[in-house]
Design a protein around this ligand. Structure first.
Ligand code: DX5
Ligand code: ZN
Length: 214
């Protein structure tokens, strides 16, 4: 599987977001990871649909929108309208039956559907929805903030998921060149990274290091 890199703009300088986005686009990013937080599901507040709408105007990169919010079903239409290409909901925030309904609606609109799970949430919780998703976003930190350390205990979970799931597996949180190799080896093929990429002096090299990590 081709390894894709998804810079998370949560670590970007928001006073010049367009320039930051262009920087990672030129450096070879495959998609743009956008972290949406509501101050309820996670202890932080970040980006809403209005920001996604303006990001859509300045980049051709697919927008990978990660919803860390309660009642995600109430906001999906807004994020689709704003131009999202991929939408991820957390299994901790939605029932399997409601998720299935939303996934069907999103697929009709050609949006890629993802399910995410926190580091402590077992794979058994997403088993019932796996057949409705294009990708799984495995959290390798407790969601809420950039710049936290990768939790290696999620590696066996990635490996186990790969043995039962053919779609894309994305890993999000604490991803850097030191841990990327083990993440890829475990079977993931999308690496979301914030502080490692936006904190790098050479953005292109940072992205290449993640993509080619052994
Ligand atoms: C965490 C977010 C991540 C985060 C990644 O709640 O979902 O996408 O921004 O940032 P780093 O790579 O710095 O952990
Ligand atoms: Zn994220």
């Amino acid at each position: 599987m081709k390894i894709k890199v998804a810079p998370s703009i949560l670590s970007a300088d928001f006073s010049c977001l367009e320039r930051e986005i262009k920087k990672v686009e030129l450096a070879g990013a495959d998609m743009l990871h956008i972290d949406v937080m509501d101050g309820h599901f996670v202890p932080n507040i970040t980006i809403g649909p209005v920001v996604v709408k303006y990001i859509r105007r300045v980049t051709k990169l697919p927008l990978d929108v990660h919803l860390m919010i309660e009642n995600p079903q109430n906001f999906i239409d807004d994020f689709v309208g704003a131009g999202s290409d991929m939408l991820t909901m957390h299994i901790e925030t939605i029932s399997a039956s409601s998720f299935r309904l939303q996934a069907a609606r999103l697929k009709k609109r050609k949006i890629k559907v993802g399910i995410s799970l926190n580091p402590d949430t077992p794979l058994s919780k997403i088993k019932d929805v796996l057949k409705y998703v294009d990708f799984v976003l495995v959290m390798s930190v407790y969601p809420g903030f950039s710049g936290q350390g990768f939790i290696p205990a999620v590696l066996p979970k990635i490996k186990q998921l790969r043995s039962i799931f053919d779609g894309d597996i994305s890993v999000d949180g604490g991803v850097n060149d030191k841990v990327a190799g083990s993440i890829i080896k475990a079977g993931a093929n999308i690496l979301a990274a914030g502080s490692y990429i936006f904190g790098a002096k050479n953005t292109k090299l940072a992205i290449e290091r993640l993509r080619n990590a052994k």
